[in-house]
Ligand binder design. Structure first.
Ligand SMILES: [Zn+2]
Length: 465
């Protein structure tokens, strides 16, 4: 039988705590000799929901079990309840599902990528199929936990990536992370394009390490588990590490932008894409933020698209003109007061550049442009002095300083789900995971109880100061 273990800890913005809880659970499962069927799945959900009580990072662990699994579940629940965030306003949730792939759960997970889902909608599925759950705080965590289970049911038929996440020693929590910046750049250069979002060269910023007090030391994202282990070993990390774990993930796949937004029913905080015609020339407000109106094909309700400066898309947006045909992806911002709902743009695909013309005075035989003498009074040339009465303006095609194609945001504006430039041409479908590599590591000295999961000691392979 397959047991799906779904987890969400919605207090954690970056999912750091959720993945650490998963790491601890996997450590326990391996030490119990449980067969783990795939990499734990880190599922990112609709990033355009502004409130943080609905986690956008949840984890599912898929294991093989027999009928007698009560002791195993008890062990999992006890580790889950040991979660240090339990009493600090978090909304953690744990879900167990045993059974075959379930269409309702998959559908729920697909909607969780672009829609706003209620606790009640999660509960109705949980009750219908008899899932066992533990939820605290607002119990909002059940939405993410259920969505992570559904995502793990279909991820092999979709595009996905991996992330290797390394965890800190407890005594270092809250201290600056000691990762040598040059080694991050070297790792990035020697693993591209098969890893992504390691380093922002424009702003000279390390992207693999968070800044908060969470247990995550760093996370490297990419296409291949073995390469990610190598990439981690390339880093010069000047602090100890509790261990690492590899996750499968929908990060970097644009999974939240695959749904066509209905312009006639624009709902706040949903994500997706729209194809339409630019209605008017763009308007630029302070700091370069740019707005334009798009009339969706087959609809007469135009919607306002907002392109903010940090996305790096403003200069392209400002070159758009009336009648250009675009596909834009993004999230719907709620309409405040009199302002209507707005689509916050996450990419622009220019499908057709409209031809633009201006009308100019005709040229003189001497080569200079003629000057108009006034309406119906003909033209004269200031250069050679000749005058032409019987002439009319000529139509000249304007050079459009924009090309058809896809325009993506700068790395600093990326969400977890944003598909980075490097991944175009690399997306994978229907690949099987290989679990025969050293995908889980825990330093035995960091755990007084010891762990049978320890396969290798990477301390001697990673440079420490
Ligand atoms: Zn002339």
């Amino acid at each position: 039988m397959i047991l799906y273990i779904g987890l969400d800890d919605t207090d954690s913005r970056e999912g750091g705590c959720t993945t650490y809880l998963a790491y601890r659970l996997v450590d326990f499962l391996l030490s119990e000799g449980v067969e783990i069927l795939d990499y734990p799945l880190l599922a990112r959900l609709n990033p355009n929901i502004p409130w943080k009580t609905r986690g956008n990072g949840a984890v599912c662990i898929k294991v093989a079990v027999d009928d007698d699994m009560q002791d195993l579940k008890d062990g999992i629940v006890s580790i889950f309840k040991d979660n240090p965030h339990m009493n600090y306003g978090a909304d953690p949730a744990l879900l167990f599902y045993t059974g075959s792939t379930n269409k309702d759960i998959i559908h729920f997970a697909e909607r969780a990528l672009y829609d706003v889902l209620s606790n009640e909608s999660a509960l109705s599925i949980i009750n219908k199929y008899g899932l066992e759950y533990y939820a605290y705080g607002s119990t909002q965590g059940i939405v993410g936990a259920l969505a992570s289970i559904g995502t793990s049911m279909y991820i092999d038929n979709a595009d996905y990536t991996y992330e290797i996440i390394a965890y800190r020693l407890r005594e270092n929590y809250g201290r600056p992370r000691m990762i040598d910046e040059t080694s991050v750049i070297d790792m990035d250069r020697s693993t591209e394009p098969y890893t992504f979002n390691n380093y922002d060269y424009k702003h000279k910023r390390v992207l693999i390490a968070p800044h908060g007090p969470d247990p995550v030391l760093c996370g490297i994202r990419g296409e291949d588990p073995e390469l990610l282990i190598k990439a981690l070993r390339m880093l010069e990390i000047k602090e100890g590490m509790e261990g690492y774990m590899l996750f499968k993930s929908n990060q970097g796949t644009d999974a939240h932008l695959q749904h066509a937004i209905d312009a006639n029913d624009l709902r706040a905080y949903t994500s997706g894409y729209i194809v339409g015609r630019v209605v008017d020339d763009p308007k630029v407000i302070k700091k370069g933020h740019t707005f334009f109106e798009l009339e969706p094909l087959g609809s007469s309700n135009s919607i306002v698209c907002a392109v903010y400066e940090p996305t790096g898309l403003c200069s392209i947006a400002q070159r758009l003109r009336n009648d250009d045909i675009l596909e834009v992806g993004g999230g719907v911002r709620d309409g405040k007061d009199i302002h209507q709902k707005v689509l916050n743009v996450e990419y622009i695909m220019v499908l057709k550049v409209a031809e633009k013309y201006i009308y100019m005075n005709p040229a003189c035989t001497c080569g200079k442009r003629l000057k108009s003498e006034g309406k119906n009074k003909g033209y004269s040339c200031k250069h050679c002095g000749c005058s032409i009465v019987d002439a009319s303006k000529v139509r000249v095609r304007v050079h459009r300083d924009i090309k058809e194609g896809l325009y993506l945001t700068d790395p600093k504006a990326h969400r977890h789900l944003t598909k980075p430039l490097r991944r175009y041409m690399l997306d994978k479908h229907r690949l099987r995971s290989r679990l025969d590599i050293e995908w889980f590591y825990r330093d035995s000295s960091s755990n007084k109880n010891g762990s049978k999961a320890l396969r290798i000691d990477i301390r001697d392979r990673i440079k420490y100061s």
